[in-house]
Design a protein around this ligand. Structure first.
Ligand code: C5P
Length: 254
């Protein structure tokens, strides 16, 4: 995995585009300005898993955000397959339960040893950053507050042997209070002050997310489709890195 010394290393760019060509273009422009390339469902379903191999030459770690949620055996087999692809991180839904998460983590470690590749970090998606309390209570029939549910799911993920969680930056502090410090916390729903919220509901700025304890921030549209006044994708990534850098300086122990 990327070491987290540089501010850029903490930026995960979401390649939410429909073709491998567009993804390659973004990766090529941003390779020196971000730390991780995230392949999500849109790109995976339109370009196929082959797109993972097409991203490898850019030399950046790959986060396959497959958000697996199925019976433990199926998730274990899928986890073996993504491990063989050589990704550095992949995601499963914590709402799939303890045994499903444990199957994913065990399968990834076992397959990595067998294929002699680095074991990928297995991350649990807690509650999607597009889901607010009203949606969670009314539509998903999960009572209580979002933060309480996210923290409970993060603890479940840790007890199932996962390496980290994906959660909104607004829940990072609460998660950090209960998770071991070695657990990775990845936060989407991150919006620089100059960007639109789009469909994200529980957002925070990159600087604040890192100050709260996020290991990585996931940013898609604000970097891949930046507002005209910010300039190119590279300018947008640079601005995010500067903000993270300032936050690291202010919050680093002296
Ligand atoms: O464009 P934007 O910055 O909103 O992209 C955020 C990315 O993070 C998307 O690829 C989305 O699928 C992903 N994500 C999320 N919320 C989660 C997990 C992943 O927005 N809880």
């Amino acid at each position: 995995m990327a070491d987290l010394d540089g501010a850029e290393q903490r930026i995960v760019v979401a390649l939410d585009v429909p073709t491998a060509e567009e993804a390659c273009e973004i990766a090529s422009d941003l390779r020196s300005h971000v730390g991780v390339l995230k392949i999500g469902l849109e790109l995976l379903m339109s370009a196929g898993v082959e797109v993972v191999r097409q991203m490898t030459p850019f030399g950046l770690p790959i986060f396959l955000d497959g958000k697996f949620h199925d019976i433990p055996t199926t998730v274990a087999h899928a986890s073996r397959a993504v491990t063989r692809l050589g990704v550095s991180m992949f995601s499963v839904h914590a709402l799939g339960g303890r045994s499903m998460m444990r199957s994913a983590a065990e399968a990834a470690r076992d397959e990595a040893a067998r294929a002699r590749v680095h074991a990928p970090l297995v991350l649990a998606v807690t509650i999607l950053t597009s889901v607010d309390e009203r949606t969670m209570n009314r539509d998903l029939h999960i009572s209580g507050g979002v933060e309480e549910e996210v923290v409970a799911l993060a603890e479940l993920a840790a007890s199932a042997g996962l390496d980290g969680v994906v959660a909104s930056p607004r829940e990072v502090r609460a998660i950090r209070r209960v998770l071991p410090p070695t657990m990775v916390v990845v936060t989407p729903g991150v919006r620089p002050a100059w960007a639109d919220a789009d469909d994200q509901k529980r957002t925070m700025t990159p600087g604040d997310a890192i100050a709260a304890g996020a290991s990585y921030v996931v940013i898609g549209r604000p970097i891949t489709q930046p507002p005209a006044e910010i300039g190119t994708s590279t300018d947008a990534a640079r601005s995010v890195a500067e903000e993270i850098s300032r936050s690291l300086e202010v919050n680093s122990p002296t």
